[in-house]
Design a protein around this ligand. Structure first.
Ligand code: PMP
Length: 419
């Protein structure tokens, strides 16, 4: 098998990073949706760096722009200097994403990772409202730094902090008690009940489709009720679009389908288009309450990442058909996954939106077996959900149909073999 013939695994065992244990090969190069290891074996990538690579690996447009910028001695200085790379990105973002949607967000660049954007948003919400607590949701995931972890509802990650981080009040996410029970009613009640012990929070932070929490899509109605509640009590609505944004669900922002208007939006992962770290906080203009330098950080708005981020915006903008293609490819994935679930006597269930799909295997052990078997046959997939029971499928949005079907065939076979 692929795994048994790995010469490199022994040396990787000393690496504490768990991915080396799950995927014990040494990857060397990648093009589109296909990774290649050191000895030339190919693996289809349905993980995309957890939705970092919506355009696949090494897209020539990103490579060309990055190489050209470097060849012309483009600025690599950090901090928040005004640079041509940053201006180009901001102008493109405003012209192609914000203005056509009637949005007027301001830009706050943060440290390079998603968690940096989450920290900035929580801090900003507290300063802007003068309130302390933040409402977050069961199964939500926002990162591993202390503030982001405080609003992450997963015990495994929280326990890693020793003493659990505080500051958040957790509410039940949509469908926590099944589809028939509207959990926003519970929230509406505890916010006004003087006996609930729930103080009015600075903000609500949520994913419109939970990624790490098990691919749990929230309904349009639930999101709209939450928005109404936020407006009623002057609570800021923060949408963490770090995993589901940048086109993953078919629209550029994952919340567009619900017709809501968050006060703060967080982007990272696929923002730079090609895996370079970059994160961004979009805020409504009246939230621009920080004095210059109050929220600083060395690596804010990395110039090279901004160059490729502009290329990604151009690609999104010029490729009108991309949204339609995401919806259509998502439909194919859903159909095929439902077949896989049905062929296995209903032990599996399928959830998702756009090109973000989850196969719920019931138990973490079952999902793990499937991930291993699929990897042996040349497919990289990952698990998510509170028990690691959901297989997460996030191919690049640009995956060709043949590669998509090949990947789904491998998954189908792995599910059958684990039966
Ligand atoms: N928010 C969401 C929704 C995420 O999926 C992630 C990463 N999986 C993060 C925040 C944290 O991002 P990072 O790992 O880049 O800090």
């Amino acid at each position: 098998s692929r795994i048994n013939s790995l010469s490199a695994f022994e040396t990787l065992e000393s690496n504490v990073r768990s991915y080396s244990r799950f995927f014990p090969v040494v990857f060397k190069r990648a093009v589109g949706a296909v990774l290649e290891d050191e000895i030339g074996r190919e693996f289809i990538d349905f993980l995309s760096g957890a939705a970092v690579l919506n355009y696949g690996h090494n897209d020539p447009d990103f490579l060309n722009d990055a190489i050209l910028y470097l060849q012309k001695n483009g600025l690599i200085h950090a901090l928040d200097m005004a640079t041509s790379a940053k201006r180009d990105f901001m102008e493109h973002f405003a012209a192609t994403i914000l203005r056509p949607r009637g949005l007027t967000y301001k830009f706050q660049f943060c440290g390079p990772t998603g968690a940096n954007a989450v920290e900035a948003a929580l801090k900003l919400a507290r300063k802007a409202t003068g309130r302390h607590s933040i409402i977050s949701f069961t199964n939500g995931y926002h990162g591993v730094s202390l503030g982001a972890l405080a609003v992450t509802g997963n015990r495994y990650y929280r326990d890693a902090a020793g003493l659990p981080p505080t500051g958040a009040v957790f509410m039940p996410y949509d469908r926590y008690w099944g589809a028939a029970n509207d959990t926003s009613k519970y929230m509406a009640k505890v916010l006004v009940d003087p006996s609930s012990g729930v103080d009015l929070p600075a903000a609500v932070i949520l994913e419109t489709i939970q990624g790490e929490g098990g691919i749990n899509p929230a309904s349009k109605e639930w999101l709209q009720s939450l928005e109404r509640l936020c407006r009623k009590h002057d609570i800021l609505l923060i949408v963490d679009d770090i995993q589901a944004g940048c086109g993953r669900t078919g629209n550029f922002f994952s919340f567009e389908f619900a017709d809501i208007s968050p006060d703060i939006v967080l982007l990272s992962k696929s923002l730079s288009g090609c895996g370079l770290p970059l994160s961004l906080v979009l805020l409504k203009p009246d939230l621009d309450v920080w004095q210059p330098g109050e929220h600083s950080g060395t690596f804010r708005g990395n110039n090279l990442a901004l160059v490729t981020a502009t290329a990604a915006l151009r690609k999104y903008w010029t490729n009108e058909k991309l949204s339609a293609r995401v919806v259509e490819t998502g439909r194919l994935m859903n159909e095929r996954l439902r077949e896989v679930a049905q062929n296995n006597r209903g032990r599996f269930s399928v959830r998702g939106r756009g090109m973000m799909w989850g196969l719920d295997c019931g138990t973490g052990g079952m999902a793990e077996n499937i991930v291993h078997k699929a990897f042996e046959d040349g497919l990289v997939i990952e698990r998510c959900g509170a028990e690691g029971q959901v297989i997460k499928l996030l191919p690049p949005l640009t995956v060709d149909e043949q590669t998509l079907q090949r990947g789904l065939d491998i998954l189908d076979k792995a599910v059958q073999a684990s039966g």
